[in-house]
Write a new protein. Structure first.
Length: 110
């Protein structure tokens, strides 16, 4: 399978994972009931005021997908391949950073 196809699939999977409700928070409410909230990594980034990480992920993912498609269309320039490689690695690094940040974020409920 060509590397361009792999990078497109990987970035699509990253965006799907970022939209999934992976985190569940439970807290005792003032009336004695138990509150439960489900959060996606994107929601957690918003709670941590780290929306710029999502912006970086979107930018690097889009560049990776576009250059991957260009490589699949037959453009063999070394500049395209370098941009594709850097953007794919950067997209993966930002995805990992988002998952770590989202996992360590603990929203407060009032």
């Amino acid at each position: 399978m060509p590397a361009g196809v792999v990078s497109v699939i990987i970035n699509i999977v990253y965006f799907i994972i970022l939209r999934m409700d992976l985190y569940t928070d439970r807290a005792m409410m003032a009336d004695g009931s138990m509150g439960e909230w489900h959060w996606s990594p994107i929601d957690r980034l918003g709670a941590a005021d780290q929306g710029m990480l999502l912006d970086l992920q979107i930018i690097f993912g889009a560049v990776s997908i576009i250059t991957g498609i260009l490589a699949l269309c037959g453009i063999k320039k070394s500049v395209i391949k370098k941009i594709w490689l850097v953007s794919t690695v950067a997209s993966t690094a930002v995805f990992i950073t988002i998952m770590i940040t989202a996992g360590k974020t603990h929203p407060h409920y009032g």
